[in-house]
Every structure is written in structure tokens, then in C-alpha cells.
Design a protein around this ligand. Structure first.
Ligand code: HEC
Length: 199
């Protein structure tokens, strides 16, 4: 019994099962996190097992952090990445305006959000989901049949570099707009809004 308990397998059976269940959900990273947590727990606790040595504190702390990182993967919030249906789009003034908006705004202000692999990993999945929910609630280019909010702010937020948000363009370099592209998007959105108001 004590030999079995001292084997790394004893620490891995449950996490491997949990990790495998999660892989069905679609994230390899979550599974790997669980395995790292189990390995660290094993390193930390092994010497103490039959009563020798005591727990090595540094490893125990690492194991606790890794276990927490693994456990938060199972929180349901942020895992549903089903995009709502597109009910109506603006009649864009030019295809180039739409292309710029898709590049810089659509991940948060449309139903065409792309969800890269790291949006499956908590806590990033929570942040991404929250920003998409908030973004769509204010302005949604895929629900142009509904009233939209703060449209008069649009030009200003783009010109001042407030939108797209900086934390986002760090990860999405393609969403960065040059000064010329910003101006082109502002002019295009103004023309689009004038000809095709929402609601
Ligand atoms: C990473 C997600 C994300 C992207 C990309 C993004 N937005 Fe936003 N946007 C938000 C969120 C979240 C809010 C509401 C909270 C806030 O104001 O920060 C918001 C708010 C706004 C508002 C309301 C005014 C304000 O500042 O609160 C406007 C207008 C807006 N966005 C336009 C845009 C435009 C135009 C683009 C593309 C150039 C864009 N956004 C890109 C997430 C995003």
C-alpha cells in the first residue's frame, strides 16, 4: 500500500481522468495544467508519505498554485463560445470600411467573434467572455436591426486609441490600425451611419 501511495501514479489517476474529461471539452492546456499540478503535488508530498522527511514547502506552494490553476479550469463561466446569430448588418459604405471594422472591432462588437485557443483557458476565458458580452451590449454590428449605444463616441474612441483596447492589440497585432487606417475607418463609419442608421 505504501509503495503504491509513493508512486506518481497514485497522484495522477484522478487528474488524468479529470483532464481527459476536459479534453473532450476541447482544451489541451487545461489537461496539461492538471498533470503539472499532480506532478508537483507528488514531488511535494512523496517524502512525507510513510512519515519521513516532511513536506517541502516550496514545492507544496507550487503544487497549491498549480492545483488552483487546474481547478479554475472547471468553472463553467467563459466556456460557452457559441456566437449569437447575425440578425442584420449595416449597409457598409465600402467593403474596405467593413474589412477594417472586422479587423479591429468585430471580435467584441459583433456575432463573428473569433475564439483562439487561449480563450479556452481560465482566467483569460473569463476576461474574454466578459469583454465580448460588454462590447456587444454597447455596440453590435451584427444586430443592426436593434438600437446601438454611444455611436457618437465612435470616432473619438478610435482617434484617441481607446478602441480597439490596448490589452487586446498586444495579443492581436492584426487589429492594430495605422493613423491612415484609423482615419479611413472613422470616415467610413460616419458615412455608413449616415446612410444606414441602426434600429
Ligand atoms: C477586446 C474587445 C474590444 C474590441 C476589439 C473593441 N472594443 Fe469597443 N468596447 C469594448 C468594451 C468591453 C466596451 C465597454 C467598456 C469600455 O468602455 O471599455 C467598449 C465600448 C465601446 C464604445 C462605447 C464608448 C466607450 O468608450 O465606452 C464604442 C463607441 C466602441 N467600443 C467602439 C469600438 C470600435 C469602433 C472598435 C474597433 C475600432 C472597438 N470598439 C473595438 C470592447 C472592445
Amino acid at each position: 500500500m505504501s509503495r503504491l501511495a509513493r508512486s506518481p501514479l497514485a497522484f495522477m489517476v484522478a487528474p488524468i481522468a479529470a483532464g481527459a474529461a476536459w479534453l473532450g471539452y476541447g482544451s489541451i492546456v487545461a489537461g496539461v495544467t492538471v498533470l503539472i499540478a499532480a506532478s508537483l503535488a507528488w514531488v511535494a508530498l512523496r517524502p512525507a508519505l510513510p512519515a519521513a522527511g516532511g513536506v517541502r514547502i516550496g514545492w507544496a506552494i507550487l503544487a497549491a498554485v498549480a492545483t488552483a490553476a487546474a481547478l479554475i479550469q472547471f468553472v463553467p463561466y467563459g466556456r460557452d463560445h457559441t456566437n449569437p446569430p447575425i440578425t442584420a448588418e449595416p449597409v457598409w459604405d465600402r467593403a474596405e470600411t467593413r474589412a477594417l471594422a472586422v479587423r479591429a472591432c468585430y471580435d467584441c462588437h459583433s456575432s463573428e467573434t473569433a475564439w483562439p485557443w487561449y480563450t479556452d483557458v481560465a482566467p483569460l476565458s473569463w476576461l474574454a467572455t466578459n469583454h465580448v458580452e460588454e462590447g456587444r451590449a454597447i455596440l453590435d454590428f451584427s444586430s443592426w436591426d436593434r438600437p446601438q449605444h454611444e455611436l457618437d463616441e465612435m470616432a473619438e474612441t478610435i482617434a484617441e486609441g481607446e478602441m480597439p483596447p490596448r490589452y487586446y492589440t498586444i495579443l492581436h497585432s492584426t487589429a492594430r490600425l495605422s493613423a491612415a487606417e484609423k482615419q479611413q475607418l472613422i470616415d467610413g463609419l460616419r458615412a455608413t451611419l449616415a446612410a444606414s442608421p441602426p434600429g
